[in-house]
Write a protein that binds this ligand. Sequence first.
Ligand code: HEC
Ligand code: HEC
Ligand code: HEC
Ligand code: HEC
Ligand code: HEC
Ligand code: HEC
Length: 393
Amino acid sequence: MKNLKLIINLIVITSSLMLFQCTSDYTAIPGQDGIDGVDGVDGLDGLDGLDGVGVQECIDCHSTSHREGIFDAYLTSGHGGQPGYSYEAWTRGTRESCAPCHNNEGFIDYIETGAVAVGGYGISNPLNCNGCHDDHRSFDFEKDGNDYAVRTLDAVEFRVFAENDALPDYVLDYGNASNLCANCHQPRRGTPIADDYPGKYLQTSGHWGPHHGPQTALLEGLLGAYTTFTLVEDIPAVKQAAHRTDTAACIDCHMRHTTDGSFGHSWNPTRNNCTDCHSGNAQDLEVAGLEEDMATLGALLEQVVGQAIDDNDEPIFEADGVTPVPVVGIVHLDEGDPNDPDDDEWHPQTGLFDLKDAEAAWNFLFILEDRSHGIHNPNYAKSLIKNSIANLQ
Ligand code: HEC
Ligand code: HEC
Ligand code: HEC
Ligand code: HEC
Ligand code: HEC
Ligand code: HEC
C-alpha cells in the first residue's frame, strides 16, 4: 500500500513536471513580437534536471534494495525496540509525561502539535521510520539540498531551562538533522538546589539524576553542578567541545560515514568518522583517566553520610529527637551478576544531603547516564569529575 501510494505520488509529481515543461515550451514558441516577453519563463529550466536524472534519483533512494540494509539495521537497534540498553524503554510511552520521548505516536504528536494526548496512550510503540521521517520540504534537491524527508530540522528548546523560571531559556541548534535527536536525548531534571533546608539537598527519588538521555547537555557543556565547589581546575565554557562543530554533531558520528548499507540506522557510531580528525587506531580512543576517576568518585560517594527521610520526605531523628538518623551513601552500587561487569548498576539513595555532596553525585550520574564514557565532551567530563573528587576529599 505504502509503495503504491509512493509510486502514485511519484507519477503525479513527474507528470506535473512534464506538464510544466510542455506549457513552458509551448509558450516559448517564437511568434508575433508581443509574445517575446514570455521568455522570462526560461528560468523554470532548472526543473529539467528533475525530469530525467532527478526521477531516477528518487527511484534509487526509494527502491527496496536501497532500503534493505536500513531495515536490517533498524530492526537490531535500540530505537527499533530490540533488547539493547533497555528494551523496556518503549513500553513507558503510554504515560503522558513519558510519551514525547518513549512512544512513536507521542513523538509525532509532540513535534506536530507541541503536545501529546491528554491522559496518555493506550499503546506505546518503538520509534519507527515514520516517527523520524515525513515528507520532503522541497524536491529541488539541487537548489535546496535533500532533506531526507526528516520530520523536523527545527532548533529545540532545552526543556530543563524552559520549565524553570529561574533559568534563562536555552535553544539547541546543530543546524542539521541532529536537532531531531535533541528533542529526546536531553535531560529531564536540572541540577540540585538547596530548597527548604539551607546548604542541603533533599533527595526524594529512586530515579534521581538527569535521566538517561543527557547527551545534548554534555555535548553542549551544560548542566554540570559546581555552585558549592572550590574549583581545582577550570570547567570549559558552553559550546567549547571539539566534538560539537558544524561537521560533528549527533548524526555525523552516529549515522554518517557508514559503509554497510545501513546509512546509520543502527545508530552505533562508526569509527570511520573519527579518523577525519584522529590518527591511529580510532577503535581504541578513550578519554584518558576518566574511568579511573569515575571509580574513585563512585567510591567516595558511597561513603557520604546524610540524614534518612521518612515516607513523607521528612528528615528523621533518633529517639532523643536531635540526633539525625544517618544514611550512608548518596549513590549505591548494585553488583548484579558477579561474573558480568556490565551488569553493575549505580542507584541514587534518598535522604537529606549536603548540597556539595549532591552536586558531586549529580556530576557522577550525569557522566554515567550519558554513556559515551565522556567522549561527547572529554574536557568537560574530565574536569567535572576531577573537581567533584577534589571537593569531596
Ligand atoms: C536520498 C534519499 C531520497 C531521495 C533522493 C528522495 N527521497 Fe523521497 N523520501 C526519502 C525518505 C527517507 C522518505 C521518508 C518516508 C520513507 O521512508 O519513504 C521520503 C518520503 C517521500 C515521500 C512521502 C512518502 C509517503 O509515503 O508519504 C514522497 C512523495 C517522496 N519521498 C517523493 C520523492 C521524489 C519525487 C523524489 C525525487 C524528486 C524523492 N522522493 C527523492 C528519501 C529520499
Ligand atoms: C525528554 C525526553 C524524555 C522524557 C520526557 C522521558 N525520557 Fe526516558 N529516556 C529518554 C532517552 C533519550 C532515553 C535513552 C537514553 C540512552 O539511550 O542513553 C531514555 C531512557 C529511559 C529508560 C531506560 C533506562 C533504563 O535504566 O532502563 C527508562 C526506564 C526511562 N527512560 C523511563 C522514563 C519514564 C518512566 C519517563 C516518564 C516519567 C521518561 N523516561 C521520560 C528520554 C526521555
Ligand atoms: C531516529 C530517527 C530515524 C529513524 C527511526 C529512521 N531514520 Fe532514516 N534517517 C534519519 C536521518 C536523520 C537521516 C539523514 C541522515 C543524514 O542527514 O545524513 C536518515 C536517512 C534515511 C535515508 C536516506 C539514506 C541515504 O541514501 O543517504 C533513508 C532511505 C531512510 N533514512 C529510510 C528510513 C527507513 C526505511 C526507516 C525505518 C526502517 C528509517 N529511515 C528510520 C533518521 C531516522
Ligand atoms: C522519540 C525520541 C527519540 C528520538 C527522536 C531519537 N532517539 Fe535515540 N533513543 C531514544 C530512546 C528512548 C532510546 C533508548 C532505547 C533503548 O536502547 O532501549 C534511544 C537510544 C539511542 C541510542 C542507543 C542505541 C542502543 O542500541 O541502545 C543512540 C546511539 C541514539 N538513541 C541516538 C539517537 C540519534 C543520533 C538520534 C537522531 C538521529 C536519535 N537517537 C533520535 C529516543 C529517541
Ligand atoms: C564525536 C562523535 C560523537 C558525537 C558528536 C555524538 N556522539 Fe554519541 N557517542 C559517540 C561515541 C564514540 C559513543 C560511545 C559508544 C561506544 O561505546 O561505542 C557515544 C555514545 C552515545 C550514546 C550511548 C550509546 C550506547 O549504546 O551506550 C548515545 C545514546 C549517544 N551517544 C547519543 C548521541 C546524541 C543524541 C548526540 C548529539 C547530541 C551524540 N551522541 C553526539 C560519539 C559521538
Ligand atoms: C571534528 C574533529 C573530530 C572528530 C570528528 C572526532 N574528534 Fe575526538 N577530538 C577532537 C579534538 C580536537 C580533540 C582534543 C581536544 C578536546 O578534547 O577538546 C578530541 C578528543 C577526543 C578524545 C579525548 C582524548 C583525551 O584523552 O582527552 C577522545 C576519546 C575522542 N576525541 C574520541 C573520538 C571518537 C571516538 C570519535 C569518533 C566517533 C571522534 N573523537 C571524532 C576532534 C574530533
